[in-house]
Design a protein around this ligand. Structure first.
Ligand SMILES: [Fe+2]
Ligand SMILES: [Fe+2]
Length: 156
């Protein structure tokens, strides 16, 4: 006797993305995933906001894109400053490399933000689409994850 197993159709799954359809994919970072949760609520909340902002940029028209990019720069500046402060407060051993990385990315964001503010949105769109999501994925699961583990340890 043969047993046939039928898998649920992927097209029914709201999380699936048709990468073959090109730029219609607006979600640049998949909605805040559990793997980003670090167990430090201040960091998790900021990261949730960051992901939301990046995804809104993914589908924004020009005027909205310019305003949102400026919001992203200011949000990221605060995001990094808060983490830098946490590192100082808890004497995080890798403070140097983590704050250096924040400074590098913030510098990049500000440089691109200056271009976007003058109406050159193409460079901003490319950055938000091609670089920021992969940077965030890597940063969250490496440097931020290490910082969160350190904070959780020193808090007890
Ligand atoms: Fe972070
Ligand atoms: Fe960080």
């Amino acid at each position: 006797m043969n047993i046939q197993v039928t898998l649920a159709a992927n097209s029914e799954n709201p999380l699936s993305i048709d990468v073959g359809s090109g730029i219609s994919v607006a979600t640049l970072i998949e909605s805040f995933e559990e793997r980003y949760l670090l167990g430090v609520s201040a960091m998790d909340e900021t990261h949730r906001e960051f992901v939301e902002l990046v995804n809104r940029l993914g589908s924004a028209e020009k005027a909205a894109f310019i305003a949102l990019f400026d919001e992203l720069v200011r949000h990221t500046e605060q995001h990094f400053e808060n983490e830098n402060e946490l590192m100082r407060e808890t004497a995080f051993p890798a403070i140097r490399e983590h704050t250096d990385e924040h400074q590098r990315v913030l510098g990049e964001l500000k440089r691109i933000g200056n271009k976007v503010a003058t109406g050159s949105t193409a460079v901003g769109r490319a950055y938000v689409r091609e670089q920021l999501p992969s940077w965030f994925n890597l940063h969250a699961i490496t440097m931020d994850s290490a910082l969160a583990a350190h904070i959780r340890k020193t808090a007890v």
